[in-house]
Design a protein around this ligand. Structure first.
Ligand code: C2E
Ligand code: MG
Ligand code: MG
Ligand code: MG
Length: 291
């Protein structure tokens, strides 16, 4: 049509800029619609104890259920949301759904913990910790039932408000995980300074393990780092039996990935957990709880 033709005549640079902006506006509107129409949904993926194949805990992953039946993945909307206040609405909704679903799992005899991804923007909010704790109590859950996953770039920046939120949450008993470990500007300093519980090694490491490349020395080294710091160790992105066995052989305790299960809806994660006879969670005590 006419509009497209005039955009194309801007030349390559302007065209992409123009498209990027309209893409953003389009995504923002999708998010607003999704929040209004209850189309923001949460899928769950198990974190599996490699030696027993039992479920250690589950991770909540946001999706947008489009009216067309298609599902919009977080990689397609979180970044845009983070540039607007919409990330706070998404974050609050995911916490609400995850708490409600965990309570439902408990009622059905499944005791586990749920990990929730939190964006850097949310942690920069002055009263973030207070709001999260209020919602946990509202749902009659224990702070220990919840883990918040932060990426390491959040931790490295050492921002006052962010650190205060983390310290308050951890002090109340909420578990804190470092997500995608090894992909950011990695620094080992904060691992010891902050009240962390879990180290999640980014999937890029485990995915280097292939029939042609059967060893990846960083993985056992990181398992030892986690052990030394008394952190729960999780390897992300386990897709093959070989990768699972590599983890098992090197003392990696927990794996997450398509090999065990893709992220699935609540009813399916319940089926998965019942099939694996897993009715008790296995979160490690935090350093602060042990002290
Ligand atoms: P993440 O927190 O690192 O979550 C793991 C991602 O890896 C998920 O992608 C999951 O589906 C995918 N994954 C799991 N196992 C495998 C595997 O074996 N192979 C491969 N290739 N991928 C695997 P997903 O659901 O698309 O989420 C992408 C990212 O979006 C998440 O990465 C997280 O950073 C972000 N995200 C998801 N939900 C939320 C949310 O509620 N709030 C915020 N702020 N971010 C979220
Ligand atoms: Mg995560
Ligand atoms: Mg990750
Ligand atoms: Mg990620």
């Amino acid at each position: 049509n006419l509009k497209n033709r005039s955009i194309n005549s801007y030349g390559f640079y302007n065209t992409t800029l123009e498209n990027k902006n309209s893409q953003k506006v389009f995504t923002e509107n999708l998010i607003r619609q999704a929040l209004k129409n209850d189309q923001l949904i949460v899928h769950y993926q198990p974190l599996v104890q490699v030696s027993t194949l039992k479920v250690a805990s589950i991770e909540a992953l946001a999706r947008i259920q489009l009216s067309s039946g298609n599902i919009l993945m977080p990689t397609q909307f979180i970044e845009t949301a983070e540039e607007t206040p919409l990330i706070h609405d998404i974050g609050a909704r995911v916490i609400e759904i995850a708490c409600r679903d965990l309570k439902d799992l408990n009622r059905r005899g499944i005791k586990t913990q749920v990990s929730i991804n939190v964006s850097a923007v949310q942690l920069q909010m002055e009263n973030f910790a207070g709001i999260v704790l209020e919602r946990i109590h509202f749902h009659r859950l224990r702070p220990q039932d919840i883990e918040l996953e932060l990426t390491e770039n959040v931790l490295i920046q050492d921002l006052k408000t962010t650190v205060a939120n983390i310290v308050e949450l951890a002090g109340a008993g909420v578990n804190i995980a470092v997500d995608d470990f090894g992909t950011g500007y990695s620094s080992l300093c904060y691992l010891d300074r902050l009240p962390l519980n879990t180290l999640k090694l980014d999937k890029s490491f485990i995915q280097k393990i292939t029939p042609e490349n059967p060893a990846e020395p960083i993985i056992p080294a990181m398992i030892r780092v986690a052990e030394g710091l008394q952190l729960r160790f999780v390897a992300e992105g386990i897709e093959t039996r070989q990768q699972h066995e590599y983890l098992l052989i090197h003392g990696g305790t927990i794996g997450q990935g398509y090999y065990y299960s893709r992220p699935v809806a609540k009813e399916q994660i319940i089926d998965y957990m019942l099939a694996h006879h897993d009715t008790a969670g296995t979160f490690q005590q935090t350093k602060s709880q042990q002290a």
